[in-house]
Design a protein around this ligand. Structure first.
Ligand code: UTP
Length: 402
């Protein structure tokens, strides 16, 4: 296959002689569908990404939101009632830190009763549906690996009471996994090792899968994108939507005040005058301590993966490719002799695009402050920080029966 020669990956057919015609066809089809261009990212992986000039961005703070709350709410509800707002649940991640083989949304956070993460999210969405008086279209992004289990789980649980015609599932793209020396790995003799290509490609995947037609046909102009793992996630929050619209911004980002000056969260900023997110390790001490005349720190608001995007602007951005980030991971694969390897330490790289990189492509963004204890209970780990335990405490604190 020419494509393998072009990218020096001929070893992927090393075991092809042992495969039957059907397996061989499947392997060749998988190879033809893969984007080997991502491998070029490896050439630059040790280069420090050159950032533009970082300056502070104005956050709409809680007192400022409170002062205009009813007007924002009215504007947001009007957009929802007119069907102009949809929701996109990013559920294609592997959830490796949580350590369950099922999709993360299937995790039961209940204690005295069953309460699945997906169920928490649907319940949260229902709060807005009740307030607005109409259903909101929910698009659920999965990966090839968890598509069927996710769809079947929703079906089995009767969509947690949400009308199924308002829920659309779609798959994100997969990227090849490589060894440290840049060779794409085989998962079996007949299958290339692939993994979900990060949460940044959601809009491109909506287009590729044709799901975007549903967005356009329904007249949806705004998409609220959010992570699966925050069980206190407010979805399609009318006040957030109204504030973004009223302030004439193309994008909105929910943010929380940092718990400590050096908390490990991405922080909203401007980069060369455009909205952007600076990673915690890029913040110098001087930037961490920079404050305005009232003593308010200038880089003090971290993103929580809840964004509002404008569909027309996304359509314009779609041809600008997002950067790939190279991440070291443990990748089950077969070795040169065809023996299965289940590594206990990282053995190669995966490629991921990140939703936060879309922010920098946007013309304008409104960082919108929310109360951490009311809206941010991420489940990344089983215990400790950002865990099932901490999320259960926060759910209880917010009056959710678990
Ligand atoms: P995380 O970065 O926490 O990754 O995802 P993860 O895969 O869920 O968990 P770990 O790192 O393996 O433990 C943040 C959000 O982005 C989604 C996740 O489902 C979660 O909602 N995501 C992540 C995708 O939709 N696709 C991806 O390829 C990666």
């Amino acid at each position: 296959m020419d494509i393998l020669k072009k990218y020096h990956q001929e070893h992927l057919l090393k075991f092809a002689g042992e495969l039957d015609d059907f397996e061989k066809e499947i392997l060749e089809r998988q190879i033809s569908g893969l984007d080997f261009e991502v491998l070029k990212t490896l050439d630059h992986k040790n280069e420090v990404v050159k950032r533009g000039e970082i300056t502070p961005i104005k956050t709409l703070t809680i007192p400022e939101i409170e002062a205009e709350k009813e007007e924002y709410r009215r504007t947001g509800l009007e957009a929802i009632k007119k069907g102009r707002v949809g929701a996109v649940l990013l559920a294609g991640g592997m959830g490796t830190r949580l350590g369950s083989n099922d999709p993360k949304g299937m995790y039961n956070v209940g204690v005295t009763k069953e309460l699945f993460i997906f169920q928490c999210l649907i319940n949260n969405l229902m709060d807005v549906v009740k307030e607005a008086g109409n259903y909101i279209h929910l698009f659920v992004m999965t990966s090839d690996l968890n598509y069927y289990s996710t769809v079947n789980f929703f079906k089995e649980k009767e969509y947690f009471g949400y009308p199924k015609e308002y829920i659309t599932f779609f798959c994100q793209d997969m990227a090849p996994c490589v060894s440290y020396d840049g060779k794409v790995l085989l998962e079996t003799r007949a299958k290339v090792a692939v993994s979900p290509n990060g949460n940044g490609g959601w809009f491109v995947s909506m287009k590729k899968s044709g799901v975007i037609n549903t967005v356009h046909e329904a007249g949806i102009e705004w998409l609220n994108v959010f992570a699966v793992d925050n069980v206190l996630q407010r979805i399609c929050d009318p006040v957030f939507i109204g504030a973004t619209l009223k302030n004439n911004k193309k994008t909105g980002a929910k943010v929380v005040r940092k718990a400590t000056r050096d908390e490990k969260v991405g922080v909203m900023c401007l980069e060369d005058g455009r909205p952007s997110i600076v990673e915690y390790y890029e913040l110098t001490d001087a930037m961490m301590d920079a404050a305005d005349e009232k003593g308010e720190r200038l880089y003090n608001f971290g993103v929580i993966l809840n964004y509002l995007f404008n569909v027309a602007e996304l359509e314009e951005m779609v041809n600008t490719s997002l950067p790939y980030h190279v991440v070291e991971k443990k990748i089950p694969c077969i070795d040169d002799s065809g023996n299965l390897v289940n590594p206990t330490e990282p053995n190669g790289y995966k490629f991921e695009q990140l939703v936060l990189d879309i922010i920098h492509l946007s013309e304008s963004c409104l960082p919108f402050e929310v109360e951490r204890d009311k809206e941010f209970a991420p489940i990344k780990n089983k215990t400790g920080v950002d865990s099932v335990e901490s999320a259960r405490e926060l759910l209880k604190k917010n009056g959710v029966e678990i």
